[in-house]
Write a protein that binds this ligand. Structure first.
Ligand code: ATP
Ligand code: MG
Length: 719
């Protein structure tokens, strides 16, 4: 009896080949994750390899936790010593130890997107650019894209030649400086600095000697920095096993580079390459649908996945009149099948964008269906929660000026703009953190006696909290924080019950964590929050329906999947306008379909409120049209906006043909139009009708953007 008896021949081969590079390139549900999990267990239990020598990297914390539990159950002992973590958690761990080599203290904070925006805003102000019309979110996404591609200010300087890029460059430089000054990392920087750390020969050698065996799951979604980190650490022993599926690469928009996996054989000439072709997850109906879909991608190399789960339920396709009815239909179906499929926990709703969750939530509440949403506006992003976390951030790292600024007058304690300005001036003159400016308030003569008292009081709260944090639990810390700041009183006074409830929920969460793990240091707690991803707290044992984006569903599987909102311009999304992006959308659809084990439902609606309140005509996703008709069970006959009836496989091609025809005709606008029609406007030129409702027409004009016209007078504008 061997642990590897739980694997098939190819999987076993991959798990037994421990020396040298190994690549497992295989489709969804073929057991890639299972193979590396068993590989780890086999190494420890049957090859006497010390858990300490192994590094396994997964995509989410949830995947890491699952892998750890699985290994433990196979090995029968505590696998706490094996490093199974996400790239970010691994990076944070290294930076806590070696951070000073890249200019950071070990008690650094981690900034989320909200914190990052504050940093950018302060820089725009400092550089007198706050009236330049630059959006902080746009600047940030540009900067993080640069980082993910491994382009740092120095390199960017050579590329930034136009006006806009030069502005970005100057912000980028200041931004990096600001983060360092505040002893804080943003998400991308965790990886960037981890990679930089490895340029230190001594540190690199230490890590190379420690991590003799390295495994990476979901390798197709690694970016350049992650690739560099792994390549450097693995360079000495070359015992690197990566697994992935090029058809599931869905993070291109965030800098993931599919070439990392495709070039593996070039990077490691002696690599053992293993293909897994048996799918253990899905019925043949689901699998053959996924295979047919992905064939439409020119970049796909085709799949020979097979399953011995012959047949299976047909895929149910449902067309709703409205997005609300779509949610209602899903509720009804869930009620019908819940007992047969073994409970709510076996059902997941997958959508393209977080905003779609609201209607399902409403409908589930009415139908009394237990559910949980993963992602969206996250708990830790709420204002009151961020305020508490900011206090804790300061306690953890007094260099964090941005966290201090956030709460210096929360709750209101009479510290106004003027006082803050004077503190900032002192901070700049003396070149000290804001925290020390507050401490030394007696030396700032321009601050009024009243503000001085308030600042001293605030400082003494911090002083107490810092002392407490050295020995007390985080729960105690929060209790003292609440008591001393009287934050809850303000909320209660303003009848903000929801906020009070949320703060208690935060406290309960900490308490539970402490119950489970014993004492947790403040730094570890903050790190835990900062790195927690959307799907982390998914508890399999609780019986509720799970709602999440397709991106968040990566690597997971459920007996029943509802893929909702399968409409053009939603899935594939509107973002897509190049062939490359369309292929990424198709891979995303492939991921959605392949999450299903037994049953797959696809729904879409003929109308959907998108911009504000208007309800726009929708057309079914071309991806439905690409699925084999014989696998689909159409609950309704498709009808397009002209009342034309056709079947599912023709929808996409009919639609495209119609658009082509319209393009040629350059139809004049007479109030007789449909979505997808081309019209001509005197001023804006040629445009395409995107949506129509009773009183408005939404038209896209290249170079001018979206324009809305009241239907009644539209014909006067358009000819
Ligand atoms: P994805 O590409 O979606 O990440 P994957 O290739 O990682 O999929 P796994 O999640 O490892 O696939 O496996 C899919 C399912 O098939 C799991 O439930 C797993 O336990 C099961 N499975 C895989 N291999 C075997 C096997 N040899 N025997 C029994 N079950 C297996
Ligand atoms: Mg997997």
């Amino acid at each position: 009896m061997s642990i590897l008896d739980g694997l098939n021949e190819e999987q076993r081969m991959a798990a037994e080949t421990l020396d040298g590079p190994v690549l497992i390139l295989a489709g969804a549900g073929s057991g890639k994750t299972r193979t590396i999990t068993y590989r780890v267990a086999h190494m420890i239990k049957e090859k006497n390899i010390s858990p300490y020598d192994i590094l396994a990297v997964t995509f989410t914390n949830k995947a890491a936790k699952e892998m750890r539990e699985r290994v433990e159950s196979l090995v029968g002992e505590d696998s706490g010593k094996i490093q199974i973590s996400t790239f970010h958690a691994f990076g944070v761990k290294l930076l806590r130890i070696y951070g000073k080599h890249v200019g950071y203290d070990s008690n650094f904070n981690i900034y989320d997107s909200d914190d990052q925006k504050r940093v950018i805003k302060s820089i725009l102000k400092k550089l007198n650019m706050d009236n330049d019309g630059l959006k902080p979110s746009a600047i940030l996404s540009k900067i993080s894209k640069l980082k993910e591609e491994g382009i740092f200010p120095l390199e960017y300087e050579k590329m930034a030649i136009d006006y806009y890029s030069k502005k970005i460059l100057s912000i980028y430089i200041e931004y990096q400086k600001a983060l360092k000054e505040n002893n804080a990392f943003d998400f991308s920087d965790i990886l960037v600095y981890t990679n930089e750390l490895l340029n230190n020969k001594e540190i690199l050698e230490k890590l190379q000697n420690r991590y003799k065996y390295i495994m990476v799951d979901e390798y197709q979604d690694t970016n350049k920095t992650q690739y560099n980190i792994i390549t450097k650490i693995a360079a000495k022993n070359k015992n690197l096993c990566v697994v992935g599926d090029e058809d599931q690469s869905i993070y291109g928009f965030r800098g993931a580079d599919i070439r990392n996996i495709l070039n593996f054989e070039k990077d490691y000439k002696d690599a053992t390459v293993i293909k897994l072709e048996k799918n253990y997850r899905s019925t043949n109906i689901i699998l053959s649908t996924a295979n047919a879909l992905i064939k439409n991608n020119e970049t796909s190399r085709g799949k020979n996945l097979w399953t011995d789960r012959e047949g299976g339920e047909l895929i149910s396709v449902y067309e709703a009149e409205t997005a609300g009815e779509e949610a209602y239909h899903v509720s009804n179906e869930i009620k019908k099948i819940v007992d047969v499929v073994g409970g709510y926990k076996n059902i997941a709703i997958l959508y393209r964008t977080n905003a779609q969750s609201r209607l399902f939530e409403e409908s589930f509440i009415k139908a009394k269906i237990p559910y949980k949403i993963f992602g969206g506006v996250q708990f830790y992003q709420r204002k009151e929660i961020k305020d508490i976390i900011s206090y804790l951030n300061v306690v953890n790292n007094t260099a964090d000026n941005f966290s201090i600024r956030r709460i210096i007058n929360v709750p209101s304690r009479g510290i106004g703009e003027k006082t803050i300005k004077r503190l900032e001036e002192y901070r700049e003159d003396m070149n000290v953190p804001l925290f020390y400016a507050i401490k030394n308030v007696d030396n700032i003569s321009t601050i009024t006696p009243k503000a001085r008292i308030a600042l001293k009081k605030l400082y003494s709260i911090f002083e107490d909290l810092i002392n407490l944090s050295k020995e007390e639990t985080v729960t105690d810390l929060i209790d003292t924080l609440l008591e001393r700041t009287k934050i809850l009183d303000t909320f209660k006074l303003n009848n903000e019950d929801e906020r009070v409830k949320n703060i208690y929920e935060l406290r309960n969460g900490i308490q539970e964590l402490e119950k489970e793990n014993g004492y947790i240091g403040l730094g570890d707690y903050l790190e835990n929050i900062a790195l927690s991803a959307n799907t982390d707290n998914m508890d399999e044992s609780d019986d509720y329906v799970k709602l999440m984006t397709v991106h968040n569903s990566k690597g997971l599987e459920f007996p029943v999947i509802f893929m909702v909102g399968a409409e053009e311009e939603l899935f594939p999304s509107l973002r897509e306008n190049t062939e490359e992006e369309l292929e990424e959308e198709r891979r995303l659809c492939y991921v959605a379909v392949t999450r299903a084990k037994d049953r797959l439902y696809i729904t879409y609606s003929r109308t959907r409120a998108t911009f504000g309140n208007s309800s726009f005509m929708r057309v079914p996703s071309r991806f439905i049209g690409e699925m084999p008709e014989k696998n689909l069970n159409n609950e309704k006959v498709y009808m397009n906006s002209n009342g034309y009836k056709n079947d599912s496989t023709k929808v996409a091609s009919e639609l495209n043909a119609k658009i082509e025809k319209n393009k040629k005709k350059k139809k004049k606008f007479k109030g007789d139009y449909a979505v997808g029609d081309y019209v001509i406007h005197k001023k804006f030129g040629e445009g395409k009708v995107k949506g129509i409702d009773i009183n408005r027409v939404d038209i896209y004009f290249p170079g001018h953007g979206d324009k809305k016209f009241p239907t009644k007078i539209a014909s006067k504008f358009l000819s």
